[in-house]
Ligand binder design. Structure first.
Ligand code: KIV
Length: 276
């Protein structure tokens, strides 16, 4: 019975939380990307991406909104279900959209939808001190959780723009403390967005669970980017941490493969993609 999940007729078994933990322990960088549909999910999986996130960034790159705030649970469930059909090896994480986890019971109800209807293996939520009780509640019900710290795009109207977080010593200390509390509450992964490299490294060093960075420097356990950014589909000004991997490649599959290689050999992120 269990062999179905472990093999799915593949040479390499599907990635699970233990695989990700082992990669951290053995120092193998975890290559992560977003995806929003089955066709790209097939390519991302074939390229060797370890973890795929159906991010609420879909509000911006798929739906054309200026922020992730308008995205709904139904939107994520729809796209997650499509992505799940395209994946064989990669681990699937679904984002909890704005106000879908305002209290523990609502968080549990919506996480169950992500897993049962969306086929997700883990949910991601933008966390802080206020979400510790929610993470505990989900962990108690065996819902795997990725806690997102640093720049939290769902808070853009509260923060007043998309900007680097944790530059001040007291804010950096607070973030490190919160990351540890979220891990202790049951988070299985911590994702850090737009923080100085030094802070990324210090949080990676104090946590046992994998720390995945987007604009968090080279010294974290894995990297994640938005698929449309690395394929040069996103027009206009992109954040400093974005690298266009389509350059020099004639197909999206080759571009995604070169992203995976660059994460694995640590040539991405380079200093020009990092914050100090
Ligand atoms: O929604 C998303 O795509 C994300 C990534 C930027 C990490 O949260």
């Amino acid at each position: 019975m269990y062999t179905q999940l472990e093999q799915r007729g593949m040479s390499e078994p599907p990635v699970n939380v233990s695989t990700l933990r082992k990669m951290k322990d053995e120092g193998e960088p975890i290559a992560c990307l977003t995806a929003y549909d089955a066709s790209f999910a097939v390519l991302v999986d074939a390229a060797g991406v370890d973890l795929v996130l159906v991010g609420d960034s879909l509000g911006m790159v798929i739906q054309g909104h200026d922020t992730t705030v308008p995205v709904t649970v139904n939107d994520i469930v729809y796209h997650s279900r499509a992505v799940a059909r395209g994946l064989r090896r990669a681990f699937l994480v679904a984002d909890m959209p704005f106000m879908s986890y305002a209290n523990p019971d609502q968080a549990l109800e919506n996480s169950v939808r992500m897993m049962q209807e969306g086929g997700a293996m883990m949910i991601k939520l933008e966390g802080g001190e206020g979400q510790i009780e929610i993470v505990e509640h989900l962990a108690r019900h065996d819902i795997p959780v990725c806690a997102h710290l640093g720049l939290k795009p769902q808070s853009v109207h509260k923060i007043g723009g998309f900007r680097v977080q944790g530059r001040e010593a007291d804010k950096a200390k607070d973030m490190q403390r919160t990351a540890k509390k979220l891990q202790d509450a049951g988070a299985d992964i911590v994702l850090l967005e737009c923080v100085p490299s030094e802070l990324g490294q210090s949080i990676r060093d104090v946590l046992d669970v994998p720390v995945i960075g987007i604009g968090a420097g080279p010294d974290v356990d894995g990297q994640i980017l938005v698929l449309y950014d690395i394929l040069d589909i996103t027009q206009g000004k992109t954040p400093r941490f974005v690298k266009n991997f389509q350059v020099g490649h004639s197909s999206p599959l080759d571009a995604i493969r070169s992203y995976v290689t660059a994460v694995k050999d640590r040539s991405y992120p380079a200093p020009e993609h990092c914050f100090s």
